[in-house]
Design a protein around this ligand. Sequence first.
Ligand code: ADP
Ligand code: MG
Length: 253
Amino acid sequence: MSQLEIKNLHVSIGDKEIVKGLSLTIKGGEVHAIMGPNGTGKSTLSKAIAGHPDYTITSGEVLLDGVSILEKEADERARAGIFLAFQYPSEIPGVSIANFLRAALQARLADGEEIDASGYYKRLYAKMDLLKIDRKFTSRAVNDGFSGGEKKRCEILQMAMLEPKFALMDETDSGLDIDALRIVADGVNTMRSPNLGVLLITHYQRLLDYIVPDYVHVMYDGRIVKSGDKNLAHELEAKGYDWIKKELATAQA
Ligand code: ADP
Ligand code: MG
């Protein structure tokens, strides 16, 4: 079983510290949700783990199965098994989903190795059947003119094909309609297994009605300030975040 360990992570953008000492361990098979007010560093956390070049990790560690990934470039982290689902996926007109996914898988092979075309389509169709995606879907250009729900479907299919060890899914502020929400939830629930750990970042409790997390963490001002089970998400939905801020103020006083 795989393990992703985030240890006392500090992340800056320019000279501004955004993530201020965050620790979290995710094991294969677990779904962890991170909730928290806007601007608290949730997206920064996921992008820093994935290796986005704008985010500087000033201290701390991120270990995948005991090995640091921080020296690796974003593509190497992806190959090691980290998948970042984008809040706003890019459109790639002229490139079909089928060809895009094939290129993504090809990129993981060693030089001179070629993807087996018939094996590839067999696998693609098996994953599409599993996720209940129409065959016609993969002949469309990547995200070109897609609805929010179709973009999510495209992402979930990428995730299914790449079979990451850990998926970081940042759904904050993405204004997912109920259709898109269901697509993400059904996809993640279908893929839930001991081989996949999920970090689900969400501003709203609603998504967690569909993907029931094993753990819920509240992030505030760059740190995890409270952890619990799925009931914590309901509590946040009912009471907002202010009580957490008050609790912190009392604790610090
Ligand atoms: P959240 O996802 O919790 O809403 P973010 O990680 O997006 O929070 O942002 C945390 C803080 O970092 C905010 O103050 C935001 O303005 C700042 N920030 C995020 N991305 C950038 C960036 N690319 N350049 C400068 N500041 C940024
Ligand atoms: Mg965000």
